[in-house]
Design a protein around this ligand. Structure first.
Ligand SMILES: C[C@H](O)[C@@H](O)CC(=O)C(=O)O
Ligand SMILES: [Mg+2]
Length: 367
């Protein structure tokens, strides 16, 4: 039920200097500062009802989103008044019981995750080894490594990570759109010995037929194609599915405009029997997408086969309701809402360019 009317809208340009540590770096984005256009919508409701929205960017992109949101054009973020949807609305006693069983599974075991935190492209070999060691100790069994800038370097780093994690753990690779179609096939034939489950974003995210050609060429190597983190609407996903262009579908909670757009993609993936393995990380993407993927399991796909959600171990401390990871799985959020709300103090400190953190950094750069 709607309570109150919108009385104020505040947009903040929030940036985190992740580039300083090489976090988030890949073949295309060598020095990203994980950032967000963060929106707070106030209402005149008696109980002080507020909504929160977020759009993830790599820094400069916030300027674009910021001006759009001030004009009221964006709807990418989630207003945090809803959590994982009510289970068992599918109708009938049988489906209600199945949904309750799946809900129970989530509550006890959580939703399986993989980590990207060990192997950003800008990390040294020593950092990669150390982070793999720690991740294995913490129970991680699925790992993603960034590739695509230099093939010899990729061979070395993939060998390193495969040696660290052993032959039985799952390895994924992510090229962040760096290649053209023939290059993607050639490059992956050189990395096939490391047994990747998928190559992610092998080429331009808009090249649907290119993805289809790569998918076809990689079948004999046992490598799937994953994509979706840059797909901005359900029509692109529809065409990717129709063209057999992907074997793993990666929704992104902020890139797709609204929860509804995400839900329609979940339904299409179910129809085409393609597993959804969401993109996450960035600023708040893990917090948001956990709701969607747990909903997918309970109410849409009802399967965990070949499914996992990305996890990146940065910036959760800035959220009021951060994700909870246990044994490499997302434990269902227990608070109402879409987990979008950031801590006021974090927003204040990281405002660009006037927050405390940026004032210091920008002054140091001048000297
Ligand atoms: C620039 C981002 O860090 C990007 O590398 C993230 C990504 O591709 C992923 O997590 O997948
Ligand atoms: Mg990616």
């Amino acid at each position: 039920m709607v309570r109150g009317r919108v009385s104020r809208l505040a947009v903040s340009d929030v940036r985190f200097p992740t580039s300083l540590g090489g976090h988030g770096s890949d073949a295309m984005h060598t020095d990203p500062d994980y950032s967000a256009a963060y929106v707070v919508i106030e209402t005149d409701a008696d109980d002080g009802l507020k909504g929160y929205g977020i759009t993830f960017t790599l820094g400069k992109g916030t300027e674009v989103d910021w001006s759009r949101e001030r004009r009221g054009a964006s709807g990418n973020g989630g207003c945090s008044q809803r959590g994982v949807g009510p289970v068992g609305q599918a109708g009938g006693k049988a489906s209600l019981e199945v949904a309750c069983g799946h809900e129970e599974h989530m509550l006890t075991r959580g939703y399986p995750a993989y980590t990207t935190s060990c192997a950003w492209l800008g990390y040294s070999d020593d950092t990669l080894k150390q982070l793999c060691k720690e991740a294995l100790r913490d129970g991680w069994t699925r790992f993603k490594v960034k590739v695509g800038a230099d093939v010899q370097d990729d061979v070395r780093r993939c060998r390193l990570i495969r040696d660290m994690i052993g032959p039985d753990k799952t390895l994924m690779m992510d090229a962040n759109q760096r290649w053209d179609v023939p290059e993607a096939v050639e490059w992956m034939s050189k990395l096939a010995e490391f047994k990747p489950l998928w190559i992610e974003e092998p080429t331009s995210p808009d090249d649907i037929l290119g993805h289809a050609a790569i998918s076809k060429a990689l079948v004999p190597l046992g490598i799937g194609v994953a994509t979706g983190e840059q797909c901005h609407n359900r029509v692109i996903f529809k065409q990717l599915l129709q063209a057999n262009a992907l074997q793993f579908l990666q929704i992104d909670s902020c890139r797709l405009g609204s929860v509804n757009e995400n839900l329609s993609v979940l339904l299409m993936a179910k129809k085409f029997e393609i597993p959804v393995c969401p993109h996450a990380g960035g600023v708040g993407l893990c917090e948001l997408v956990q709701h969607l993927i747990i909903f997918d399991y309970i109410s849409v796909s009802a399967s965990l086969e070949n499914r996992m959600c990305e996890y990146v171990d940065h910036l959760h401390e800035h959220f009021k309701y951060p994700v909870r990871i246990r044994q490499a799985s997302y434990m269902p959020p227990m608070d109402a809402g879409y987990s979008t709300e950031m801590k006021e103090e974090s927003v204040k400190k990281h405002q660009y360019p006037d927050g405390e953190v940026w004032k210091k950094l920008l002054a140091a750069q001048k000297n």
